[in-house]
Design a protein around this ligand. Structure first.
Ligand SMILES: Nc1ncnc2c1ncn2[C@@H]1O[C@H](COP(=O)(O)OP(=O)(O)OP(=O)(O)O)[C@@H](O)[C@H]1O
Length: 821
C-alpha cells in the first residue's frame, strides 16, 4: 500500500462553512469569454480543463441522487386554535369574570365595562381568521377596528400548511413532523419550533395531553418503532438519547439554564455548547414518555389572564440518535443526528395579561427572547436576499438564540409552527404573529451541514492532517455533550468482541487525501475565478483601445487626403498658370519678366483654382494672383513711408500694362485689344480687392490706374473715346456681374460709391475721360511716352476714398507732371 502524500502545510480550510452553498465547479463553471481573433493566438490558460477536473469524493461523501442539495425554504406551518367559550373552559382557563383590574374605576366606566362584557360575550362566536385553503388564511379585523382605524382584511399565503381549528394532532404530525422524523431517521438533523402568543396552543401542540398526545410523543413512538424494525432485520444498531432543558428567568435577574432531567441542575452555556446537560439514553417509548412527563413537572408555569397554565420558560427537547453499522469487517461507521423540538414561551401583551411584579418581569424576558428569535430570522432573510448585508449577530442577545445559532444562521434545517387564536378579541395578537413570522417562509436552507458523521467534520480532518494525531475537538450543542459524557464510547461498547481501532473511529487516510484535494481544488477555483474576472476587465480595456485606434486611423486618413487635395490643387494651379502664360505669351506678346516675377511670388494659399475655368479666366486668375502678390508689399511700404503716395500697381504691372497697350491695343485688332483690356481689368480689379483686404482705408486711386490708358498715345480724343467705349462695352462690371435691369445697375453704382472694393479699372476707364479735359490728356502724353523707358516714375495712391481720390487726381497729376520739371 502506498504511503499517503505529505499533507501540504499551505492548505487551509474554513473553520466555519460558507453560508452559501457552492455548487461543484463543473456545474457552476462560468462561461469563458470568447477570445477575439487576435487573442486566440495566445495560448489560453487551461481554465476549463482545471475547472472541470473531477474532485474525488470519499466513499461516504459521494453524492446520492436522492440527497442532492436542493435549496429548501424554511417551512412555516400555521395552526389555528379552536374557539373556546371562556366560561366553559373552566378546566384549563380561568374564567374571564375573575379578571381583576387593580385600578379603581369610575361608575360611568363601570357601566361601559359592563356593556363591553356583554358585547364580548356576543363576539365569542366571531372569528378573526378564516382558512382560505391549505396554504393561506384571511385575517379580518373586528368591525370596531375596521371603522375606527380603517384596518382592512389581510390575506397571508405561502404557508407550508394551514391547520384549521378542527385539525387533529395526528394530522398535524403527519404533515409537519413526520418529514422531519423521516429525515432524522436517515441521519439528518432538524428542529421544530412552536411560536405564537400566550395561550395559543404551543404547549398543547408540542406535548399534548394524555388524550391528545403531542408532536413529541408521537415522534418518539415513530422513532422507536423504526428503531425496533432496524434492529431486528439489519446489522445497524441505533441508540436514542433524550435531553430536556429550559431557559428561564428568576425574578427578571437574567436568564438561566436548567436541566429538566430527574437529576438535572443548573447548566451553563459556552458559545453554543451547553455544559452539564444530562442526556438520558432511552430504550423504549415508555421510558421516554416518563422522562418527558417528569421534565414537564419541573418546568416553570404560572397562571396568567391569557392561560391558566402558561409556560414561563423556553423548553428545548433534544432527541439524538446514534446509528452504528457493522459491515462484516472490523470497521464501524457511526451516524449521528439530532431532532430538536422547542416550545417557546408565548409572547404577551401587558394590556391583555395584566401581569405585574414577577410575572411582568417574566413577560419582559419572554417577549425579549421571542423578539430576538424573530430578529435573527429576519436578519438571515435579509442577508439571503442581499448577501452584501451582513448577518447581524442578534443571537448574542439571548441564551436561546445563542444555543440555536446554527439554525438561526441557516446552517441547519428547521421548521416553524405558528399557533394563533381565532377569536375576534385575539385579533391583535394573531395579526402581530402573522406579520412578524410569515416572511420567514422565504428563508432558504441551501447549505445545510449534515452531521451524518461527526468524525468527518472538517475541523477534525484539518487537525489530524497537521498533527497526525487526534486533537480534542470543540463540538456544539449535543455533540459536545456526547463527547464529554462519553456516550459514544458507551455506544461503541455495545459491540463486545469487536476490535475497534481508534484511528478507524475517524476517517481513513484515503478520505483525508480526498479532502485535501477537495480543499486544494476549492482554493484553486477561487483563484481562477479572480483571474477570470481580471481577464474580462482587461479584455474590455483592449477593446476600448482598439476602437480608439480605429477612430484615430480614420482621422489620420482624412487629414492625409486633405493634404493630398491641397497639394494637387497647388500643383495643378501652378501648372495651369505656367501653361496659360506660355500659351498666351506669344499670343499676347507680354513681357516675360512680368509673369516670371509674379510666378515666383505666387502664393499657393491665394490661388483658387477651378478646373472648369477656361484659359481666359486662368489668365485673369493668374493676373489677379500677380496683382495680389504684388500688393502684399503695400502695407510695408505704408509703414516705412506713410506720407509717400502709394501705388498699388507694381512697376512690373505698369510695365505689363504698358506693354499690352503698346503691343496690342495700338496696333492689333479690336478683338485682341478687348482681350488685353479685359485681362488688364481683371488684374487691376483683383489688385483692388486685395488692396481693400489688406488696407483699412485701401481705396484705389482710379485716376492713377487709368493714367496708363491715358498715356497709351491715342492720337486724338475721338480715338480715346472709341477705346473707352469698346472697353466699357466688353468689360463693363455691370455686365460682368450679370445685372439685368437698369435699377440693378443704379443700385450697383450707388453701392460702388460706398464700396471701394467694387470700384474697378473699367469704371475708371469709363469715367475718367468724362472728367478729364483734352488738354490734360495732352499734358499727360509725354509721360506715357516715357513708359518705353526702362523705369517709370512710381505713382502711389493715397489711402482715401474713391471720391476724394477722384477730386485730388487732377491736382496729383498736375503735381506729378510738375515734378519731372
Ligand atoms: N388545538 C387545540 N385543541 C384543543 N385545545 C387546545 C388547542 N390548543 C390549545 N388548547 C388548549 O388551550 C390551552 C392553552 O394552550 P397552551 O397552554 O398550549 O398555550 P400556549 O401557547 O402554550 O400558552 P403559553 O405560551 O402561555 O404557554 C390549553 O388548555 C390547551 O389544552
Amino acid at each position: 500500500m502506498e504511503s499517503p502524500p505529505p499533507c501540504p502545510n499551505t492548505v487551509t480550510a474554513r473553520r466555519n462553512p460558507h453560508r452559501k452553498a457552492r455548487a461543484t465547479p463543473s456545474s457552476t463553471c462560468p462561461p469563458v469569454p470568447q477570445n477575439s481573433s487576435k487573442s486566440a493566438a495566445v495560448s489560453s490558460f487551461p481554465i476549463q480543463e482545471i475547472l472541470s477536473m473531477d474532485v474525488p469524493l470519499s466513499q461516504k461523501q459521494k453524492p446520492n441522487p436522492s440527497d442532492s442539495v436542493v435549496p429548501e425554504n424554511l417551512k412555516v406551518f400555521l395552526r389555528i386554535k379552536p374557539l373556546m367559550p371562556s366560561k366553559s373552559s373552566g378546566k384549563n382557563e380561568r374564567p374571564r369574570s375573575r379578571v381583576k383590574n387593580v385600578w379603581p374605576q369610575k361608575p360611568a366606566k363601570k357601566n361601559s365595562a359592563r356593556d363591553m362584557t356583554t358585547a364580548k360575550n356576543k363576539k365569542t362566536s366571531e372569528v378573526c381568521i378564516a382558512v382560505n385553503d391549505s396554504q393561506s388564511v384571511t385575517l379580518s379585523p373586528p368591525l370596531l377596528l375596521q371603522e375606527s382605524k380603517r384596518i382592512k382584511s389581510e390575506v397571508y399565503e405561502g404557508f407550508s400548511h394551514v391547520f384549521a381549528a378542527d385539525s387533529s394532532q395526528e394530522e398535524v404530525y403527519e404533515k409537519m413532523v413526520s418529514p422531519l422524523v423521516e429525515d432524522f431517521l436517515k441521519g439528518k438533523s432538524g428542529m421544530l419550533a412552536a411560536m405564537g402568543p400566550s395561550g395559543s396552543g404551543k404547549t398543547h401542540t408540542v406535548f399534548g395531553s394524555p388524550r391528545e398526545p403531542g408532536m413529541l410523543t408521537i415522534a418518539l413512538e415513530r422513532i422507536f418503532k423504526s428503531t425496533e424494525r432496524l434492529v431486528s432485520g439489519s446489522p445497524i444498531c441505533r441508540s436514542l438519547y433524550l435531553s430536556i432543558f429550559e431557559i428561564r428567568t428568576e425574578g427578571g435577574k437574567g436568564e438561566k439554564l436548567y436541566d429538566l432531567s430527574p437529576e438535572g441542575a443548573e447548566l451553563t452555556l459556552h458559545q453554543s455548547t451547553i455544559k452539564g446537560l444530562q442526556e438520558v439514553k432511552v430504550c423504549d417509548i415508555r421510558e421516554a414518555e416518563s422522562l418527558v412527563a417528569k421534565a414537564l413537572l419541573k418546568r416553570v408555569t404560572a397562571t396568567t389572564n391569557s392561560n391558566f397554565q402558561s409556560s414561563r420558560s423556553q423548553c428545548i427537547i433534544n432527541i439524538r440518535s446514534v446509528d452504528c453499522k457493522f459491515d462484516g469487517t472490523d470497521d464501524v461507521q457511526a451516524n449521528n443526528a439530532t431532532l430538536s423540538i422547542i416550545d417557546l414561551a408565548g409572547a404577551e401583551r401587558e394590556k391583555r395579561t395584566g401581569n405585574q411584579g414577577a410575572r411582568l418581569l417574566e413577560s419582559n424576558f419572554i417577549n425579549n427572547t421571542s423578539m430576538v428569535f424573530s430578529l435573527c430570522l429576519r436578519s438571515l432573510l435579509e442577508h439571503q436576499k442581499n448577501p452584501k448585508r451582513p448577518l447581524q449577530k442578534h443571537f448574542q442577545n439571548s441564551l436561546l438564540t445563542k444555543y440555536l445559532r446554527d439554525y438561526l444562521e441557516g446552517k441547519k434545517r428547521m421548521a416553524l409552527i405558528l399557533t394563533v387564536k381565532s377569536g375576534v378579541e385575539d385579533y391583535l395578537d394573531t395579526a402581530y404573529v402573522l406579520r412578524q413570522a410569515s416572511p420567514f417562509m422565504k428563508i432558504k436552507f441551501d447549505n445545510v451541514e449534515e452531521p451524518q458523521n461527526i468524525f468527518c467534520k472538517k475541523r477534525q480532518t484539518q487537525a489530524m492532517c497537521r498533527n497526525e494525531k487526534p486533537k480534542k475537538m470543540k463540538f456544539g450543542g449535543l455533540d459536545a455533550f456526547a463527547i464529554e459524557k462519553g456516550s459514544f464510547v458507551d455506544h461503541v461498547e455495545c459491540f463486545p468482541g469487536q476490535a475497534v481501532k481508534s484511528n478507524r473511529v475517524g476517517q481513513t487516510q484515503e478520505d483525508r487525501n480526498h479532502l485535501i484535494l477537495q480543499n486544494f481544488a476549492k482554493a484553486l477555483w477561487n483563484v481562477l475565478k479572480q483571474y477570470n474576472e481580471k481577464l474580462k476587465v482587461a479584455e474590455d480595456d483592449i477593446q476600448t483601445l482598439r476602437e480608439n485606434l480605429k477612430i484615430e486611423k480614420a482621422k489620420r486618413a482624412e487629414l492625409e487626403k486633405e493634404i493630398g487635395n491641397l497639394k494637387a490643387g497647388y500643383t495643378c494651379s501652378k501648372e495651369s498658370l505656367v501653361g496659360v502664360i506660355l500659351a498666351d505669351k506669344s499670343h499676347m506678346n507680354l513681357h516675360p519678366s512680368n509673369f516670371e516675377a509674379s510666378e515666383c511670388k505666387c502664393n499657393s494659399e491665394k490661388i483658387d483654382f477651378t478646373p472648369g475655368q477656361d484659359q481666359e479666366t486662368n489668365v485673369a486668375l493668374d493676373s489677379s494672383t500677380v496683382g495680389a502678390s504684388e500688393c502684399n508689399s503695400i502695407p510695408r511700404k505704408n509703414d516705412s513711408a506713410p506720407r509717400q503716395d502709394q501705388d498699388i500697381i507694381s512697376q512690373e504691372n505698369v510695365d505689363l500694362y504698358s506693354n499690352i497697350r503698346e503691343s496690342e491695343c495700338s496696333s492689333s485688332t479690336p478683338k485682341q485689344c478687348e482681350f488685353a483690356v479685359r485681362l488688364v481689368k481683371d488684374i487691376f480689379s483683383q489688385v483692388q480687392v486685395e488692396e481693400h483686404a489688406l488696407s483699412m482705408d485701401g481705396r484705389i486711386k482710379v485716376k492713377e490706374l487709368t493714367s496708363p490708358s491715358d498715356s497709351k498715345g491715342f492720337q486724338s480724343v475721338d480715338e480715346e473715346q472709341d477705346f473707352v467705349a469698346n472697353v466699357k462695352e466688353v468689360t463693363s462690371p455691370l455686365d460682368s456681374k450679370g445685372l439685368q435691369s437698369v435699377d440693378e445697375k443704379q443700385d450697383f453704382d450707388a453701392n460702388e460709391d460706398f464700396a471701394p472694393v467694387g470700384c474697378t479699372v473699367v469704371d475708371a476707364l469709363a469715367c475718367e475721360p468724362r472728367v478729364e479735359k483734352p488738354e490734360e490728356v495732352k499734358n499727360q502724353s509725354p509721360r506715357v511716352d516715357s513708359s518705353s523707358k526702362p523705369k517709370l516714375p512710381k505713382r502711389r495712391l493715397l489711402p482715401a476714398s474713391t471720391a476724394l481720390i477722384r477730386d485730388f487726381t487732377v491736382l496729383d497729376l498736375n503735381d506729378e507732371i510738375e515734378k519731372p520739371k
